[in-house]
Ligand binder design. Structure first.
Ligand code: HH2
Length: 268
Protein backbone atom coordinates (compact mmCIF):
# COMPACT_ATOMS: atom_id res chain seq x y z
CA UNK A 1 0.00 0.00 0.00
CA UNK A 2 1.44 3.37 -1.02
CA UNK A 3 1.06 6.34 1.27
CA UNK A 4 0.04 9.51 -0.62
CA UNK A 5 1.45 11.95 -1.58
CA UNK A 6 4.09 9.72 -3.12
CA UNK A 7 7.13 10.05 -5.34
CA UNK A 8 7.48 7.84 -8.42
CA UNK A 9 11.10 7.59 -9.60
CA UNK A 10 11.68 7.02 -13.34
CA UNK A 11 13.95 4.23 -14.54
CA UNK A 12 14.17 4.33 -18.34
CA UNK A 13 15.75 1.20 -19.81
CA UNK A 14 15.86 2.77 -23.26
CA UNK A 15 18.49 4.07 -25.66
CA UNK A 16 16.45 7.19 -26.56
CA UNK A 17 14.51 8.61 -23.57
CA UNK A 18 14.58 12.39 -23.65
CA UNK A 19 16.47 13.09 -20.45
CA UNK A 20 18.31 9.88 -19.58
CA UNK A 21 18.32 7.74 -22.76
CA UNK A 22 21.02 5.07 -22.81
CA UNK A 23 22.18 5.58 -19.21
CA UNK A 24 20.52 2.55 -17.63
CA UNK A 25 20.46 -0.11 -20.36
CA UNK A 26 23.16 -1.97 -18.43
CA UNK A 27 21.43 -4.03 -15.69
CA UNK A 28 24.11 -3.20 -13.11
CA UNK A 29 23.71 0.54 -13.66
CA UNK A 30 19.91 0.20 -13.68
CA UNK A 31 20.01 -1.59 -10.32
CA UNK A 32 22.36 1.01 -8.87
CA UNK A 33 20.09 3.83 -10.02
CA UNK A 34 16.89 2.14 -8.81
CA UNK A 35 18.39 1.56 -5.35
CA UNK A 36 19.73 5.12 -5.29
CA UNK A 37 16.23 6.46 -6.11
CA UNK A 38 14.72 4.24 -3.43
CA UNK A 39 17.22 5.53 -0.86
CA UNK A 40 16.65 9.15 -1.82
CA UNK A 41 12.90 8.94 -1.40
CA UNK A 42 11.11 7.16 -4.26
CA UNK A 43 7.98 5.38 -3.01
CA UNK A 44 7.46 3.66 -6.37
CA UNK A 45 9.89 2.97 -9.22
CA UNK A 46 8.47 3.25 -12.75
CA UNK A 47 10.37 1.07 -15.20
CA UNK A 48 10.01 1.55 -18.95
CA UNK A 49 11.56 -0.05 -22.03
CA UNK A 50 10.06 2.21 -24.70
CA UNK A 51 10.48 5.97 -24.95
CA UNK A 52 7.38 8.10 -25.37
CA UNK A 53 9.15 11.43 -25.68
CA UNK A 54 7.29 14.06 -27.72
CA UNK A 55 9.57 14.24 -30.77
CA UNK A 56 10.88 11.30 -32.68
CA UNK A 57 10.30 8.41 -30.29
CA UNK A 58 10.64 5.15 -32.19
CA UNK A 59 7.97 2.48 -31.68
CA UNK A 60 9.51 -0.68 -30.27
CA UNK A 61 8.11 -4.21 -30.77
CA UNK A 62 7.19 -6.08 -27.57
CA UNK A 63 10.08 -8.51 -28.07
CA UNK A 64 12.60 -5.65 -28.15
CA UNK A 65 11.01 -3.97 -25.13
CA UNK A 66 11.30 -7.25 -23.22
CA UNK A 67 14.86 -7.80 -24.42
CA UNK A 68 15.78 -4.49 -22.77
CA UNK A 69 13.67 -5.00 -19.65
CA UNK A 70 14.18 -8.63 -18.68
CA UNK A 71 17.87 -8.49 -17.67
CA UNK A 72 17.06 -5.45 -15.54
CA UNK A 73 13.98 -7.03 -13.92
CA UNK A 74 16.02 -10.15 -13.10
CA UNK A 75 18.79 -8.02 -11.64
CA UNK A 76 16.36 -5.96 -9.52
CA UNK A 77 14.74 -9.07 -8.05
CA UNK A 78 14.96 -8.90 -4.25
CA UNK A 79 16.65 -5.48 -4.18
CA UNK A 80 13.62 -3.19 -4.10
CA UNK A 81 11.69 -2.54 -0.90
CA UNK A 82 9.28 -0.25 -2.69
CA UNK A 83 6.68 -1.36 -5.25
CA UNK A 84 7.40 -0.82 -8.93
CA UNK A 85 5.32 -0.16 -12.01
CA UNK A 86 5.83 -1.05 -15.63
CA UNK A 87 5.56 1.84 -18.10
CA UNK A 88 4.19 0.13 -21.19
CA UNK A 89 1.23 0.21 -23.55
CA UNK A 90 1.63 -3.47 -24.51
CA UNK A 91 -0.17 -6.28 -22.67
CA UNK A 92 2.57 -8.81 -23.45
CA UNK A 93 5.19 -6.61 -21.77
CA UNK A 94 2.87 -5.86 -18.84
CA UNK A 95 2.14 -9.59 -18.39
CA UNK A 96 5.81 -10.50 -18.12
CA UNK A 97 6.46 -7.56 -15.78
CA UNK A 98 3.57 -8.57 -13.52
CA UNK A 99 5.01 -12.12 -13.41
CA UNK A 100 8.26 -10.52 -12.23
CA UNK A 101 6.46 -8.57 -9.51
CA UNK A 102 5.16 -5.31 -11.02
CA UNK A 103 2.43 -3.90 -8.77
CA UNK A 104 1.16 -1.35 -11.26
CA UNK A 105 0.76 -0.87 -15.00
CA UNK A 106 1.48 2.67 -16.20
CA UNK A 107 -0.20 2.88 -19.60
CA UNK A 108 0.23 6.24 -21.38
CA UNK A 109 -2.62 5.23 -23.71
CA UNK A 110 -5.09 4.61 -20.86
CA UNK A 111 -5.67 0.98 -21.94
CA UNK A 112 -6.55 2.01 -25.50
CA UNK A 113 -3.49 0.81 -27.47
CA UNK A 114 -3.70 -2.90 -26.72
CA UNK A 115 -7.13 -4.50 -26.47
CA UNK A 116 -5.79 -7.17 -24.07
CA UNK A 117 -4.45 -4.68 -21.53
CA UNK A 118 -7.66 -4.01 -19.56
CA UNK A 119 -8.40 -7.73 -19.18
CA UNK A 120 -4.85 -8.41 -18.04
CA UNK A 121 -4.95 -5.64 -15.43
CA UNK A 122 -8.35 -6.83 -14.20
CA UNK A 123 -7.24 -10.46 -13.94
CA UNK A 124 -3.93 -9.69 -12.24
CA UNK A 125 -5.40 -7.20 -9.77
CA UNK A 126 -2.62 -4.73 -10.48
CA UNK A 127 -3.16 -0.99 -10.15
CA UNK A 128 -3.33 1.01 -13.39
CA UNK A 129 -2.33 4.53 -14.37
CA UNK A 130 -4.65 5.91 -17.05
CA UNK A 131 -2.94 8.78 -18.84
CA UNK A 132 -4.39 11.24 -21.35
CA UNK A 133 -2.69 11.60 -24.69
CA UNK A 134 -3.70 11.96 -28.31
CA UNK A 135 -2.26 10.35 -31.40
CA UNK A 136 0.59 7.94 -30.86
CA UNK A 137 3.92 8.12 -29.09
CA UNK A 138 5.39 9.02 -32.48
CA UNK A 139 3.13 11.90 -33.58
CA UNK A 140 1.14 13.24 -30.61
CA UNK A 141 2.29 16.88 -30.87
CA UNK A 142 0.30 17.15 -34.12
CA UNK A 143 -2.86 16.78 -32.02
CA UNK A 144 -2.20 19.57 -29.50
CA UNK A 145 -5.41 21.47 -30.37
CA UNK A 146 -8.33 21.76 -27.97
CA UNK A 147 -11.36 23.99 -27.60
CA UNK A 148 -10.95 23.58 -23.83
CA UNK A 149 -8.08 21.35 -22.75
CA UNK A 150 -9.32 20.94 -19.17
CA UNK A 151 -12.79 19.77 -20.24
CA UNK A 152 -11.30 17.48 -22.90
CA UNK A 153 -8.80 15.82 -20.55
CA UNK A 154 -11.18 15.53 -17.59
CA UNK A 155 -13.92 14.05 -19.78
CA UNK A 156 -11.51 11.60 -21.41
CA UNK A 157 -10.09 10.36 -18.09
CA UNK A 158 -13.57 9.97 -16.58
CA UNK A 159 -14.55 7.87 -19.63
CA UNK A 160 -11.39 5.74 -19.49
CA UNK A 161 -11.94 5.11 -15.77
CA UNK A 162 -15.50 3.94 -16.52
CA UNK A 163 -14.11 1.70 -19.26
CA UNK A 164 -11.55 0.23 -16.85
CA UNK A 165 -14.22 -0.48 -14.24
CA UNK A 166 -16.45 -2.16 -16.85
CA UNK A 167 -13.46 -4.34 -17.76
CA UNK A 168 -13.27 -5.53 -14.15
CA UNK A 169 -10.58 -3.25 -12.69
CA UNK A 170 -11.54 -2.22 -9.18
CA UNK A 171 -12.08 1.55 -8.81
CA UNK A 172 -9.63 1.61 -5.89
CA UNK A 173 -6.89 0.45 -8.30
CA UNK A 174 -7.28 3.32 -10.77
CA UNK A 175 -4.97 6.34 -10.92
CA UNK A 176 -5.49 9.10 -13.50
CA UNK A 177 -2.92 11.37 -15.14
CA UNK A 178 -3.43 14.46 -17.36
CA UNK A 179 -0.39 13.48 -19.46
CA UNK A 180 1.68 16.65 -19.18
CA UNK A 181 3.55 17.25 -22.45
CA UNK A 182 1.66 14.60 -24.43
CA UNK A 183 -0.18 16.37 -27.28
CA UNK A 184 0.00 19.53 -25.17
CA UNK A 185 1.63 22.91 -25.60
CA UNK A 186 3.11 24.91 -22.72
CA UNK A 187 -0.23 26.74 -22.33
CA UNK A 188 -2.14 23.45 -22.23
CA UNK A 189 0.22 22.08 -19.56
CA UNK A 190 -0.20 25.20 -17.44
CA UNK A 191 -3.98 25.14 -17.80
CA UNK A 192 -4.09 21.49 -16.70
CA UNK A 193 -1.82 22.09 -13.71
CA UNK A 194 -4.02 25.03 -12.68
CA UNK A 195 -7.09 22.78 -12.98
CA UNK A 196 -5.76 19.89 -10.87
CA UNK A 197 -8.46 20.34 -8.20
CA UNK A 198 -11.10 19.63 -10.88
CA UNK A 199 -9.25 16.51 -11.98
CA UNK A 200 -8.93 15.35 -8.36
CA UNK A 201 -12.67 15.91 -8.11
CA UNK A 202 -13.21 12.83 -10.32
CA UNK A 203 -12.41 10.81 -7.19
CA UNK A 204 -9.27 8.95 -8.30
CA UNK A 205 -5.71 9.60 -7.14
CA UNK A 206 -4.00 11.90 -9.66
CA UNK A 207 -0.47 11.35 -10.94
CA UNK A 208 1.44 14.28 -12.44
CA UNK A 209 4.59 13.91 -14.55
CA UNK A 210 6.28 17.24 -15.29
CA UNK A 211 9.86 16.15 -14.67
CA UNK A 212 12.38 17.89 -16.96
CA UNK A 213 9.77 18.35 -19.67
CA UNK A 214 10.09 21.01 -22.38
CA UNK A 215 7.68 23.52 -20.81
CA UNK A 216 9.80 23.53 -17.62
CA UNK A 217 12.91 24.28 -19.69
CA UNK A 218 11.05 27.07 -21.51
CA UNK A 219 9.82 28.72 -18.33
CA UNK A 220 12.45 28.00 -15.66
CA UNK A 221 15.55 27.90 -17.87
CA UNK A 222 17.81 25.35 -19.52
CA UNK A 223 20.49 24.74 -16.90
CA UNK A 224 20.28 21.51 -14.88
CA UNK A 225 19.60 23.47 -11.67
CA UNK A 226 16.87 25.53 -13.28
CA UNK A 227 15.25 22.40 -14.69
CA UNK A 228 15.40 20.61 -11.30
CA UNK A 229 14.05 23.61 -9.34
CA UNK A 230 11.39 24.19 -11.97
CA UNK A 231 10.35 20.55 -11.69
CA UNK A 232 10.29 20.69 -7.89
CA UNK A 233 8.09 23.82 -7.99
CA UNK A 234 5.50 22.02 -10.13
CA UNK A 235 5.66 18.96 -7.84
CA UNK A 236 5.01 21.06 -4.74
CA UNK A 237 2.16 22.98 -6.35
CA UNK A 238 0.63 19.82 -7.80
CA UNK A 239 0.55 18.20 -4.36
CA UNK A 240 -0.80 21.40 -2.82
CA UNK A 241 -3.59 21.21 -5.42
CA UNK A 242 -4.40 17.62 -4.45
CA UNK A 243 -2.20 15.40 -6.64
CA UNK A 244 -1.27 12.06 -5.07
CA UNK A 245 1.82 10.99 -7.05
CA UNK A 246 4.58 12.95 -8.80
CA UNK A 247 6.62 11.11 -11.44
CA UNK A 248 10.22 12.38 -11.42
CA UNK A 249 13.82 11.72 -12.39
CA UNK A 250 15.17 13.16 -9.10
CA UNK A 251 13.20 11.66 -6.21
CA UNK A 252 15.24 13.42 -3.51
CA UNK A 253 14.25 16.89 -4.72
CA UNK A 254 10.65 15.82 -5.26
CA UNK A 255 10.37 14.29 -1.82
CA UNK A 256 11.51 17.49 -0.09
CA UNK A 257 9.19 19.59 -2.27
CA UNK A 258 6.07 17.49 -1.75
CA UNK A 259 6.70 17.07 1.98
CA UNK A 260 6.71 20.84 2.37
CA UNK A 261 3.60 21.19 0.24
CA UNK A 262 1.76 18.44 2.13
CA UNK A 263 2.72 19.92 5.51
CA UNK A 264 1.58 23.39 4.48
CA UNK A 265 -1.74 21.96 3.32
CA UNK A 266 -2.19 19.82 6.43
CA UNK A 267 -1.88 16.58 4.37
CA UNK A 268 0.45 14.09 5.99
N1 HH2 B 1 5.86 10.86 -19.01
C1 HH2 B 1 6.76 10.15 -19.68
C2 HH2 B 1 6.68 8.75 -19.73
N2 HH2 B 1 5.72 8.08 -19.08
N3 HH2 B 1 3.81 8.13 -17.69
C3 HH2 B 1 2.89 8.81 -16.99
N4 HH2 B 1 1.91 8.15 -16.33
N5 HH2 B 1 2.90 10.18 -16.93
C4 HH2 B 1 3.86 10.92 -17.58
O1 HH2 B 1 3.81 12.16 -17.51
C5 HH2 B 1 4.86 10.20 -18.33
C6 HH2 B 1 4.80 8.79 -18.37
C7 HH2 B 1 7.88 10.84 -20.39
O2 HH2 B 1 9.01 10.98 -19.56
P1 HH2 B 1 10.27 9.97 -19.56
O3 HH2 B 1 9.88 8.61 -19.06
O4 HH2 B 1 11.38 10.58 -18.80
O5 HH2 B 1 10.75 9.93 -21.05
P2 HH2 B 1 10.59 8.85 -22.19
O6 HH2 B 1 9.14 8.63 -22.42
O7 HH2 B 1 11.31 9.49 -23.33
O8 HH2 B 1 11.24 7.58 -21.75
Amino acid sequence: MIHFPAVMGVLNVTPDSFSDGGKYLDPGRALEHAVEMQESGADIIDIGGESSRPVGARAVPAAEELRRLLPVLRRLDGHLRVPWSIDTRKAEVARVAIEHGAAMVNDVTALSYDSSMARLAARSGSAVVLMHMRGSAEDHMRYARYRNVVIAVTGYLAARARFAIRAGIHASRIIIDPGIGFAKTTQHNLALLAALPALCGLGYPVLVGTSRKTFIRRIAGESPREIEFGTAATDALAVAAGASIVRVHDPGAARAAIRMAAAMKGRD
